[in-house]
Design a protein around this ligand. Structure first.
Ligand SMILES: Cc1cc2nc3c(=O)[nH]c(=O)nc-3n(C[C@H](O)[C@H](O)[C@H](O)COP(=O)(O)O)c2cc1C
Length: 230
């Protein structure tokens, strides 16, 4: 495979996987993925990322605390930042609705069945059964540029995972329970939860993983101002 094909294959085969096998991922593989991902660029090389890598009992302890909060006190937990616009608007609202409905229909959630939707959403907090849970934080005084840098780091992790036969799901859902996460992982108020990520081997039989998301074509989002003749 040429260099471009290998990179394109890793990028194109990345999807959000929401059902994993219990198969463990070696610590050395995780360190390798994080090491190569930290080659991401960042403004003035600030490297704003900090990541908690949770496996085994440590992961389970966080899951237990999150599920307890989700089941018993969800209304008293709020995101610290808005990931999504309020109110939502087109064309983003339509795209969001489509991916939600496609996922729910794959897993057999009937339209309007809010309890079943909630049960599906709840799976976020057990990292969809993945053997590795990642929690990403950043110093809260950092600015919008560092969020941009962070996205590049996250994408590198997802692509480096793919190159090793692993899959991921980036998860904003953890943001709602930042207080629970801070308490469980004992980090200071200076650190802000950016998002989480599940990482492991895909369960190819999980219906969630049959989801295929669409993208608008290049002609719809790119404006070429190119007056070359050839
Ligand atoms: C930063 C970020 C946060 C996300 N949060 C969640 C989440 O909390 N739960 C979830 O199931 N998917 C989450 N997703 C996955 C998106 O729904 C998914 O990327 C999108 O629908 C495109 O599908 P694909 O990743 O399979 O290409 C998130 C994606 C990103 C980039």
């Amino acid at each position: 495979m040429s260099g471009a094909s290998a990179v394109d294959a890793a990028i194109s085969s990345r999807r959000s996987v929401r059902g994993f096998l219990p198969r463990a991922v070696p610590r050395a593989t995780l360190e390798e993925i994080l090491s190569v991902s930290a080659r991401a660029p960042s403004g003035t090389n600030m490297q704003p990322w900090r990541v908690y890598v949770l496996c085994g009992g440590a992961k389970q302890k966080l899951i237990d605390a999150l599920l307890h909060a989700f089941d018993h006190e969800a209304d008293s937990h709020r995101d610290e930042h808005n990931y999504y616009p309020e109110p939502f608007f087109e064309p983003y609202q339509g795209r969001r609705r489509k991916v939600g409905l496609d996922l729910y229909s794959l897993v057999g959630v009937a339209r309007g069945d809010m309890a079943a939707r909630r049960a599906q959403h709840r799976k976020n907090y057990s990292f969809f059964g993945a053997p590795v849970g990642l929690i990403f934080t950043m110093h809260r005084n950092l600015k919008v540029g560092s969020w941009l840098d962070y996205g590049m780091f996250l994408q590198n992790i997802m692509i480096a995972a793919r190159a090793r036969g692993l899959d991921t799901c980036p998860q904003a859902a953890f943001g709602q329970f930042h207080k629970v996460i801070r308490e469980e992982l004992s980090f200071s108020e200076d650190e802000r939860v950016i998002c989480g990520m599940s990482l492991g081997f895909e369960d190819k039989e999980a219906s969630e993983n049959f989801l295929q998301t669409e993208r608008v074509p290049v002609s719809e989002f790119a404006v070429f101002l190119d007056d070359r003749t050839q």
